[in-house]
Design a binder for this molecule. Structure first.
Ligand code: HGY
Ligand code: MN
Ligand code: MN
Length: 414
């Protein structure tokens, strides 16, 4: 095989995906490898052992992100980065994020097999806490790297048990010395499953991701008054759970006004004291709204805030709204996107332009380096679900395109 018709090793990629899936197993065949847990640490060790075997030099930054470096012939040339994330949702799948990290490793393994040298070094990256489920927000380490999130604010984020991000990073032993964001990149490529149904429904091999939709996470705290659920008359209640229910309905109603592109969700809720015979005095919920258009995102944000104020007034409860995550809609780099498109064409894979519904580390890295993403289909478009699944051939096609896009960016010299 030569540079032009180089292909990755599908069986080896699939074997690595299968081995990583054994780390932090879920309860129904997927994964629960949440960030900065012992399972995450085990997955990191496994990834590092594979990088060591591939002759890569590992760097770690002070957010715990991992950078496995393959030498280029010109050590002064800015590296081409390939990355994604190894952390998962609590009921996550085996491929969300993992395909992008291990696909990057497979690219390096293939170059080693073929003895292909590139002018620019190549770096395979695992970003800490892409999912944002244990510690909000999502994409926090790539956000610190891109200079849009303050590191100390990130360190102070707490999980549901009050554990701090910074302390957990120290505890698992993956806090590096490098300052996050000190690295310079020539380009960044991320391979990811689509996490939606379009590619599979249309029978298309590759998604050429031109844009990513914008996102806002609003954490809402509603405060009423705990009271006895038997002795307290309905008219005297200040029910924070009723407020939560009405806010969830509000998010749905506002979002439905901006179809088909806008989406809204409330996936995180807390009810205090969560006792059967007590009217809840406090509820906490996170609103997740997204749209490819910034204006729509902003008007949804405003309408929801106005609606929460009216709900609170009607129920005589207090409300506090904190924006805990946000990024504007992203347009990826045209040259890098074209490298993806021409790689798919050169390899004979069907492809179509697509907008990412999910957020990715690439959305932040796009602010500091020319960036593009490659999608492969996923079964029934399902993700953030333990049944998340892909065909080995889908993974291989995406990784082949990643290989050739990276080779174009990194410039083959031998
Ligand atoms: O929220 C997201 O879109 C990503 O999966 N963390
Ligand atoms: Mn992901
Ligand atoms: Mn995800």
């Amino acid at each position: 095989m030569t540079r032009t018709n180089a292909r990755i090793d599908q069986d080896r990629l699939w074997e690595s995906l299968t081995d990583m899936a054994k780390v932090g197993p879920g309860i129904a065949g997927g994964n629960n490898r949440q960030t900065l847990t012992d399972e995450d640490a085990e997955g990191r060790r496994l990834f590092k052992s594979w990088c060591d075997a591939a002759g890569l030099e590992m760097g770690i930054d002070d957010m715990g992100s991992m950078f496995a470096h393959r030498e280029g012939t010109d050590p002064d040339a800015l590296p081409v980065y390939i990355g994604s994330h190894l952390d998962t949702q609590p009921t996550g799948g085996k491929f969300d994020g993992v395909l992008g990290v291990l696909g990057g490793l497979e690219v390096v393994r293939t170059l080693n097999d073929l003895g292909i040298q590139t002018k620019h070094p190549i770096v395979v990256t695992n970003w800490t806490n892409e999912e944002g489920c244990r510690f909000a927000p999502a994409m926090v380490a790539s956000g610190v790297f891109a200079g849009t999130i303050d590191k100390d604010w990130a360190y102070a984020r707490e999980d549901a048990k009050g554990k701090r991000f910074g302390d957990e990073l120290e505890r698992i032993g993956w806090k590096g010395a490098e300052k996050a964001g000190a690295r310079q990149m020539k380009a960044y490529f991320e391979l990811h499953i689509e996490q939606g149904p379009i590619l599979e429904d249309e029978g298309i091999d590759i998604g050429v991701v031109t844009h990513g939709q914008g996102l806002k996470w609003l954490q809402v705290t509603l405060t009423g008054q705990e009271a006895h659920s038997g002795g307290t008359p309905m008219y005297k209640r200040r029910n924070a759970a009723l407020g939560m229910a009405r806010v969830i309905e509000l998010v749905h109603e506002v979002t439905m006004d901006y179809q088909p592109d806008a989406v809204g969700n409330v996936g995180h809720v807390e009810v205090h004291p969560n006792s059967r015979s007590t009217v809840p005095g406090r509820t906490v919920l996170t609103i997740d709204i997204r749209s490819p258009e910034k204006e729509v995102l902003d008007v949804m944000d405003q309408r929801i805030r106005e609606g929460i104020a009216l709900i609170s007034e009607a129920l005589d409860i207090e409300h506090e709204i904190e924006q805990v995550g946000a990024f504007d809609p992203v347009a990826f780099d045209r040259d890098c996107v074209q490298m993806v498109r021409s790689a798919a064409e050169g390899l004979g894979y069907s492809h179509r332009d697509i907008v990412s519904g999910a957020g990715h580390d690439a959305c932040w890295i796009n602010r500091v380096a020319p960036t593009a993403m490659i999608f492969c289909p996923c079964a029934d478009g399902l993700s953030h679900h333990e049944d998340e699944d892909i065909e080995p051939e889908w993974a291989a096609a995406g990784c082949d395109v990643l290989l050739h896009a990276v080779l174009e960016a990194a410039v083959v010299v031998a």
